[in-house]
Ligand binder design. Structure first.
Ligand SMILES: [Zn+2]
Length: 469
């Protein structure tokens, strides 16, 4: 099948021009002015943006956590991603303690079997190097296209690793060319603060934030940066939420160290006061790191504008308010940590980043697509519009109005972080490797169209399939 997208404003991280994009099979084969070619389908994109499909480097689908399982499985999560213009994501395999990495990866792949609507890769979350996974096995993962290791420096007694495990993983990454990702919070200090709060009878959702002060994020961020320096590995700090964590990353990047960071959509919009909403509604905003004081929002906008932070993800980790978040009605520490958002990243960043004048369109594309693709070994197959790249394309109508709501979103979750927010600008048509995924408010493709992608190592390019020799 061939598709000709005519007369749209093509926007990549670097370019902005009006032109035609011709898709043959799964890839973009021709770009030019007024192309004179036959196509099975012609899309009139005049007045619209032609963007690369967005890449979300941080999601949790079908993940057991906090005594329950995230409400979105691969199918519903990827459906909501597709409607939001996201055509690839990298999800986390969580190594169960005592399990090998191979078993964990098999288990996660089986969760995706037959359900995939968009393309995906996996990070490996290392929880245990003593009983299950070995250093040798860890070193073998990049050959299988799993080229990033994630470590939790928080969630004591569950996912948290000690500094020895963190450091040994960094040493392996320095050898194998994988990227180390850290959830940076001081889990020991937080554990003490949580126990003290509960002993005082402080059980409401707001104590989730009050027991995880920003200094604990700043400390762990700096610790990870310094240890990565010693080990010689590249480091990517996930979900940076506050000035205390932005500062050490800014210093590292100014010094030219191999350190990168992301923030997530919600940290620009949801602040600490949301946790104080009455009748347990605050639990909707219990994710980690927690919503911070509003002053941090300008710090984050500046950080993404100046490339102190290089990507915006969603950390989509959705739990229903009714029945899942309510597990912690009498104890904030039992509220499953996580929030939804896979569908709304482009909506929100276009509205409040681009339309509000904080970001250029090019920078938006870079933060939502190009940089995530580059950092996680998907570029230039993903993350740009170029001859030879996968035809993952969003025809975006910058004038279409939309009110974000749980009543119309495509995730299974029963609430939306941005309920009632009005945005102007919506995906019109979304293509994955030349297949129409979404058209208007219709899902056109069926599960099975998405694929697992073997990612390249950090700093290496993922060549288009047909160019591999
Ligand atoms: Zn996460």
């Amino acid at each position: 099948m061939s598709v000709l997208i005519k007369g749209g404003r093509v926007i990549t991280a670097a370019d902005d021009y009006v032109g035609d994009v011709y898709v043959e099979g799964e890839r973009i084969s021709l770009i030019g002015e007024s192309l004179d070619v036959e196509a099975d389908r012609v899309v009139d994109a005049s007045g619209k943006y032609v963007l690369p499909g967005c890449v979300d480097p941080h999601t949790h689908l079908d993940m057991p956590f906090g005594g329950t399982v995230t409400i979105d499985d691969v199918e519903s999560g990827q459906r909501s991603a597709a409607f939001g213009g996201t055509t690839s994501h990298v999800d986390f395999v969580i190594q169960p303690q005592g399990s090998t990495f191979a078993d964990a990866l098999d288990e996660w792949k089986s969760k995706a079997d037959g359900k995939q609507l968009i393309d995906m890769g996996y990070h490996m979350a290392v929880t245990d190097l003593r009983e299950g996974g070995s250093l040798e096995e860890l070193a073998s993962l990049p050959d299988q296209g799993v080229t990033s290791y994630k470590l939790f420096m928080a969630y004591k007694g569950a996912l948290m690793v000690d500094d020895e495990t963190l450091f040994r993983t960094m040493q392996v990454a320095a050898e194998t060319g994988a990227l180390v990702m850290v959830h940076a919070e001081n889990g020991d200090a937080i554990d003490v603060l949580v126990k003290e709060a509960l002993a005082r009878g402080e059980t409401e959702p707001k104590y989730h934030a009050l027991t995880r002060p920003p200094e604990t994020e700043g400390e762990a961020t700096n610790r990870a940066i310094q240890l990565a320096r010693v080990a010689g590995s590249a480091l990517y700090v996930v979900h940076v939420s506050c000035a205390e964590a932005v500062e050490p990353i800014a210093i590292a990047r100014e010094k030219g160290w191999n350190v990168w960071g992301e923030t997530c959509t919600q940290y620009f919009f949801v602040d600490y006061t949301f946790l104080e909403r009455p009748n347990f509604e605050g639990a909707k905003f219990v994710y980690t790191p927690p919503p911070r004081d509003k002053a941090n929002q300008d710090v984050l906008w500046n950080a993404v504008r100046t490339d102190v932070l290089s990507a915006i993800s969603t950390d989509h980790c959705a739990f229903d308010w009714d029945g899942q978040k309510t597990l912690g009605r009498d104890d904030f520490s039992k509220i499953p940590n996580g929030g939804p958002g896979l569908e709304n990243r482009l909506h929100m960043i276009h509205e409040f980043g681009v339309r509000s004048g904080r970001l250029t369109l090019n920078r938006m594309v870079e933060l939502l697509a190009t940089n995530p693709a580059k950092l996680f070994g998907l570029y230039p197959r993903k993350g740009t519009i170029a001859v030879g790249s996968d035809a993952d394309i969003v025809v975006f109508d910058p004038d279409k109005q939309h009110t974000i709501s749980a009543s119309t979103h495509h995730s299974k979750v029963d609430y939306n972080l941005y309920e009632g927010t009005e945005v102007t600008g919506l995906p019109d048509i979304v293509l994955l490797r030349g297949n129409v995924l979404v058209e208007g408010d219709q899902l056109v493709a069926s599960p099975g169209v998405g694929q697992f992608v073997k990612r390249a190592r950090f700093g290496e390019e993922l060549k288009p399939a047909a160019a591999v020799v």
